[in-house]
Design a binder for this molecule. Structure first.
Ligand code: AMP
Length: 198
């Protein structure tokens, strides 16, 4: 049976990781977070991790070729699940086009794109909270969780990813959700969008 393919998009700090985990479990999707895979590779000091680290630590996108390879092997490996939920991928037009091509070969397509809309000032206050939490719990914050790098990540989002949001909107695939609400309320809104569509 054809697999479903859903993309979760949103600016850095929009809450994609939290929602993606809930969606994947509720809809029996394989959750693919390119950011999580890359962070694991960095902590293992693998070749991929070493190549990605410099880009990640300055808030830039890593070269698309590295990410596309990761995605291709995850899709090909296949799972018994109903579909895939992409979190943090695609980040630009090039990645989206390659994904569409990969799916076309399988007679599948991107079914829907969920966009978490969160105002910029909220993103900054969430990152501050994350940093404070890491300080009080004495845990290691994400290397890119600081105000300067958030600014860089936001710029990259506006430059590379926002045009992709508009592209999906023009293709009638985009579903926008107000991400400035409690996580459980955001999830309820997501379910309303997804039910009957995937
Ligand atoms: P995230 O956890 O999705 O915010 O990703 C953290 C960092 O990983 C980003 O700032 C990028 O440096 C890198 N990254 C994650 N996904 C991608 C992608 N699809 N393309 C390029 N770089 C990515």
């Amino acid at each position: 049976m054809a697999k479903r393919h859903c993309i979760l998009m949103g600016p850095p700090g929009a809450g994609k990781g939290t929602q993606a985990a809930m969606i994947a479990s509720a809809y029996d999707f394989e959750h693919i977070s390119t950011g999580d895979v890359l962070r694991r590779e960095v902590s293992k000091c693998s070749d991929l991790g070493k190549r990605a680290k410099t880009f990640m630590n300055r808030g830039d996108l890593v070269p698309s070729s590295l990410v596309i390879e990761m995605i291709a092997s995850r899709i090909d490996d296949g799972t018994g699940k109903k579909g895939f939920l992409y979190d943090g991928f695609p980040r630009n037009r090039e990645q989206a086009e390659v994904l569409e091509e990969m799916l076309q070969k399988r007679n599948e397509t991107i079914d829907m794109v969920l966009y978490l809309d969160v105002p910029e000032e909220v993103l900054f206050s969430r990152i501050e909270t994350r940093i404070k939490l890491a300080q009080t719990t004495k845990s290691e914050p994400r290397a890119d969780d600081c105000e300067e790098i958030l600014e860089a990540r936001l710029e990259v989002f506006k430059r590379d990813t926002q045009p992709l949001v508009i592209f999906f909107k023009n293709n009638n695939k985009l579903y926008t959700i107000d991400g400035d609400q409690k996580p459980e309320v955001v999830f309820e809104d997501i379910k309303k969008m997804m039910n009957g569509r995937v």
